[in-house]
Design a protein around this ligand. Structure first.
Ligand SMILES: NC(=O)C1=CN([C@@H]2O[C@H](COP(=O)(O)OP(=O)(O)OC[C@H]3O[C@@H](n4cnc5c(N)ncnc54)[C@H](OP(=O)(O)O)[C@@H]3O)[C@@H](O)[C@H]2O)C=CC1
Ligand SMILES: O=C1O[C@H](COP(=O)(O)O)[C@@H](O)[C@H](O)[C@H]1O
Length: 521
């Protein structure tokens, strides 16, 4: 177990690992990215580490090790990661030099994930570099699930720091259903204390998701409205305008519910709907999230719509269907789109539909939360809005990406003579008037790991509760071999999603159109 037998600085009875401050000022940080040759490592993890270094967020003494089976030396490794590093912050200022310094601290160790000796070699190299300094080690497991356990075991048993903290970041998928997730947790628990496990859900690191709790709990005007009394429905919508492209092999084993809805979207719902936490401490927030998840009704088959995208040929381009991906089995019925209706059986949310929708290869890329408020009772201005009461509904939109923004749709008078009323926006854009780009989710989350802040990571009981909500319906879908509704690449997705909305009197906010055909979403 990490820092168990080996942990000279840890008292055995203390269930928590020491925090960085427990190493003196002269500490060193080693980050080991296991699966360093992979897509996620190159696209997200190394760029985020570089951004943290660039912003001066890493300690003075640090080293980054890539670990994977691919044959490479340090130089070849640096050549592969440099391609994805960008000087996105203050591009002009000294970036090239900083990049060179960063790269000079990056090293590569080739090894198998299940070979103890290979990890001992890594440990030996780390120890040489760390010298006599107190050393903290972070292991980022950026590998496919089937090698998770062996890699975690070897990192913990062969490669743990003997002087400082050891933390292990685990990427989703955290299992396939309740049983496999429990198995995974138990297997990890043989080598790591829960306190050392950082289950990452990168949606929790997105700027607007961090802002969701600030919006709710630091403004007087929202919290009083935040319940069934004023909120008619809540929609959490994720769409991508590209298909599985290259990840079909992984995706086909999971499908969109496991890939996006059971984790990213459900986490958003939990944060959105939780009661005010006692404090901003990680455990207080996670206690509230788990309570909401446990109050939710497991998803029922009749509240699920499934879809799968098909080829679309336009004049300029042929967009491949899901089944055209070579890594996807022929005749696969794995859903690339799903819409589900969920309910929270507690006093605050009883009867309010939470509609979640996620799809690949749709007409646009975006992620947003839409909160539709109830109609104004006895609406004095009813006649000004025509027959459609939804045209006058207040709606709060939290756009997670792209172009992060929050806006509230309100009704106001069109200036001038007469009394025309329009539905317009109170807008809080996040890009305009700000001189820097927003940090990527992985930057925030990696910094949190370094700081030992677990607020934005999933606790094991949250994970269990999340799987309990989806496991029965996922099994049912498999048992029934439920056929997804086909939709063309680049379309708005299956029409079934509209029927699901209609069943609960919900009109999807992202697809609303005003009478004259222009988008008002
Ligand atoms: N890519 C993404 O955008 C996202 C990924 N994730 C998760 O992050 C983790 C890493 O993802 P990603 O980088 O895409 O994964 P990859 O498929 O790119 O795999 C990462 C590395 O693992 C090794 N590997 C691949 N297949 C096997 C295998 N069958 N047996 C042993 N080793 C293997 C390879 O390294 P080598 O051969 O050199 O050992 C590969 O470079 C996964 O758990 C994924 O689900 C989560 C969210 C998004
Ligand atoms: O976890 C995942 O997320 C990505 C979408 O992440 P984003 O930050 O680019 O919105 C998704 O494409 C992938 O299928 C899923 O595994």
């Amino acid at each position: 177990m990490m820092n168990g037998a080996l942990g000279a600085m840890v008292v055995e009875s203390d269930p928590y690992m020491p925090h960085p401050e427990e190493c003196s000022a002269d500490s060193t940080l080693s980050v080991v990215v296991v699966g360093a040759s992979g897509d996620l490592a190159r696209k997200k993890i190394f760029p985020a580490l570089f951004a943290l270094f660039y912003e001066g967020m890493l300690v003075e003494n640090f080293q980054i090790f890539g670990y994977a089976r691919s044959k490479m030396d340090d130089e070849a490794f640096r050549d592969t990661i440099v391609e994805t590093l960008t000087c996105r912050i203050d591009a002009g200022e000294d970036c090239g030099k900083k990049m060179d310094t960063f790269l000079s601290r990056c090293f590569y160790q080739q090894g198998q994930y299940d070979d103890a000796t290979d990890f001992q070699r890594l440990d030996a190299r780390l120890s040489v570099m760390e010298g006599s300094l107190c050393s903290n080690r972070m292991f980022y497991l950026s590998i496919p699930p089937k090698v998770f356990i062996s890699a975690a075991a070897n990192a913990a048993d062969q490669c743990a720091s003997r002087t400082g903290w050891n933390r292990c970041v685990v990427e989703k998928p955290f299992g396939h259903d309740s049983a496999s997730s429990l198995e995974l947790s138990q297997a990890l628990g043989k080598h790591l204390q829960e306190d050392q496990i950082y289950r990452i859900d990168h949606y929790l690191g997105k700027e607007l998701i961090e802002n969701l709790t600030v919006l709710r709990f630091s403004n007087l005007i929202f919290e009083p409205l935040w319940s069934r009394k004023y909120i008619r429905n809540v929609q959490v919508i994720f769409s991508e305008d590209y298909g599985t492209e290259g990840r079909g092999g992984y995706f086909d084993e999971y499908g969109i519910i496991r890939d996006v809805i059971q984790n990213h979207l459900l986490q958003i719902v939990a944060l959105f709907a939780m009661e005010p936490p006692v404090s901003l401490e990680a455990e207080d927030i996670r206690n509230e999230k788990v309570k909401v998840l446990r109050s939710m009704k497991p998803v029922e088959m009749e509240d699920v719509i499934l879809g799968q995208y098909t080829k679309r040929v336009s004049k300029a381009h042929t967009y491949p269907g899901y089944l055209d991906d070579d890594t996807v089995p022929q005749n696969s019925i794995t859903p690339t789109f799903a819409a589900v209706a969920m309910f929270i059986n507690n006093a605050r949310w009883d009867g309010v539909p939470f509609l979640l929708k996620a799809g690949k290869a749709l007409n646009k890329r975006g992620a947003e939360i839409r909160v539709q408020f109830r109609h104004v009772p006895g609406h004095l201005y009813r006649s000004k809005f025509g027959a459609d009461p939804d045209a006058a509904t207040n709606e709060l939109v939290i756009r997670i990406q792209p172009d992060e923004a929050m806006y509230l749709k309100i009704n106001s008078k069109v200036p001038g003579l007469g009394l025309r009323i329009e539905n317009s926006r109170l807008d809080l854009p996040f890009h305009e008037e700000r001189d820097r780009e927003l940090p990527d989710a992985y930057e925030r989350l990696l910094l949190d790991v370094v700081n030992g802040d677990k607020r934005l990571f999933i606790r094991s009981d949250e994970l269990e509760a999340a799987w309990d909500l989806f496991t029965p319906v996922l099994h049912k879908i498999e048992e029934l071999q439920a056929q997804p509704e086909l939709y063309p690449y680049g379309s708005r997705g299956p029409v079934g999603a509209h029927y699901l909305g209609a069943k609960y009197n919900v009109r999807w906010g992202d697809l609303s159109y005003s009478g004259n055909g222009s988008s008002k979403s």
